[in-house]
Ligand binder design. Sequence first.
Ligand SMILES: CC(C)(COP(=O)(O)OP(=O)(O)OC[C@H]1O[C@@H](n2cnc3c(N)ncnc32)[C@H](O)[C@@H]1OP(=O)(O)O)[C@@H](O)C(=O)NCCC(=O)NCCS
Length: 182
Amino acid sequence: MSEFLLRPMASADLPEVLAVQAQCYRPELIESADALASRLALAPALCWVAAHADAPRRLAAYLLTHPWPRETLPPLDGVLQLDGEAGDTPLTWFIHDMAVAPAGQGQGLAKRLYAKARQGAMQAGLRCSRLIAVQSAARWWQGLGYAPVALATEAATRVSRYGEGAVVMGTQIGESKNGAVA
Ligand SMILES: CC(C)(COP(=O)(O)OP(=O)(O)OC[C@H]1O[C@@H](n2cnc3c(N)ncnc32)[C@H](O)[C@@H]1OP(=O)(O)O)[C@@H](O)C(=O)NCCC(=O)NCCS
């Protein structure tokens, strides 16, 4: 089995991020470098990559996450700026994109990336998480405790752009009774 090193994402990783994205998503879900860079810029500590141990610039997987107002959804392929959207709305930990290239799938990489980013989200004081599951990944997210959430009309319009079958999901993140991260 291959060895992977997990580390926070840097701007220099974006070409490899785009290469992994191209292997993982159907064409209508592919986002531009500018859109992905804007998400990384929102919260670099909450974006992680898994690099090949023997070729550390080559990525096997990435996870882009950022804070976002709880009641709205970021536009697919849009360049994000938090200032304009936030207002007084509480922020949620928004999981934008988890992608593991086919060669790295089934080795627990996605769960490891998630655990790293969640630690950062908790340190940032975020306690609620949201995501849009696409490509039939809802069942995978359910395994991490996410469940479908109801939406306001404006948000429902945005989710339709993520393609047929896209599901908005949410969960609480926090400490369990014995102090472990839940
Ligand atoms: C979904 C995805 C992130 C999982 O990554 P991964 O590193 O292979 O996941 P893990 O190794 O942590 O978990 C593998 C387990 O999840 C299961 N699984 C993988 N994809 C799944 C899916 N779409 N639905 C339900 N279960 C799924 C596997 O069968 C495996 O189960 P097992 O542990 O019982 O054998 C990866 O398949 C992927 O990148 N897919 C393409 C991009 C995508 O659709 N991302 C999600 C967008 S919301």
